[in-house]
Design a protein around this ligand. Sequence first.
Ligand code: DP6
Length: 363
Amino acid sequence: MTEQQFIPQTYSNDIFNGSVAWESPSNIALIKYWGKKQDQIPENPSISFTLNNCKTTTVLTYAKKENAEDFDFKVFLDGEHKPDFEPKIETFFKRIEVYVPFLKLFQFKIETTNTFPHSSGIASSASGMSALALCLMSIEKELQPEMTSEFFNKKASFLARLGSGSACRSIEGDLIVWGENETVQGSSDLFGVKYPYEVHDNFKHYQDTILLVDKGEKQVSSTVGHNLMHGHPFAKQRFMQAHENLSTLKTILKSGDLDAFISLVESEALTLHAMMMTSMPYFILMKPNTLEVINKIWAFRKRTGLHIGFTLDAGANVHILYPKEEKDAILDFIKTDLKGHCQNGQFICDEIGFGAKQLIINN
Ligand code: DP6
């Protein structure tokens, strides 16, 4: 598909006012998206587990307005008006206007809540942007009821990508690939697709316990971070490596080889951080407690033979990944040995999920 196919020709219905609502999850990348071209096109393919518990709920209320010259919207988080969130949404609206031509026809109220604390250091951009994109698609569906659910999901992912790249991997579950590559048929730079091949039962109920090591504001915004890959001395190698890792992961997902899975996923996380340490300017986004946690995970894994591994995003928090069968022993270990390295002892238990859900609103 091309961008052109997401530009609607005409709408068959007219609508005036109402509300739509979606609940959309966060996701955790196994192979990382780091580096992008113009218009949020990724430099390399990525693949993620969709999460289940970390999610954003967005209610979008719309009312037809007289003048169609400007965007007109207000953003509320937990019931509180948040003008400082509005420039980001304005940028998003500008980027997607050509694909969603009704944006200036309505006045919008965007009301969101997150299941995770705002200051937890967990990025809400993936769940937030995907929830908003889905709400806009629900309005488009009212204007064009004959739209198929396949197109609905593709376009929701396409729009979410223009809000935040990784958000395009939050529409469906449980494993989503984004970025064109030879290994995954049907993969695209424009939207996320469900991983279409066999996945061993070992990965079916995978757990992700997120240790909140550092809840501070992000040291480097993702946009700045991605830009550091332009002219980065190791960029070309890294982008190639992501393609190779995806091909290796395909074999691992089929065979259920947990040790190989852990090695690949941990190496991806450390490579992401290595890219940040070797860019100009350079950043260290891990904190002393991140390293403490990693060393303890490695020692515990060696001692017990359990299949515990970690991944990191562009920050200090640690995502601990493990199969459900080993949950009791690993959660015990987290509570006794790792909790002390988290800010205020905070961690969040999550697991693989199956994507966003529409909420029924009585208009
Ligand atoms: C490290 O999706 O937040 O989490 O497209 O600029 O909004 P923008 O970036 P964003 O980048 C996420 C990067 C990552 C890795 C990943 O999720 O693949």
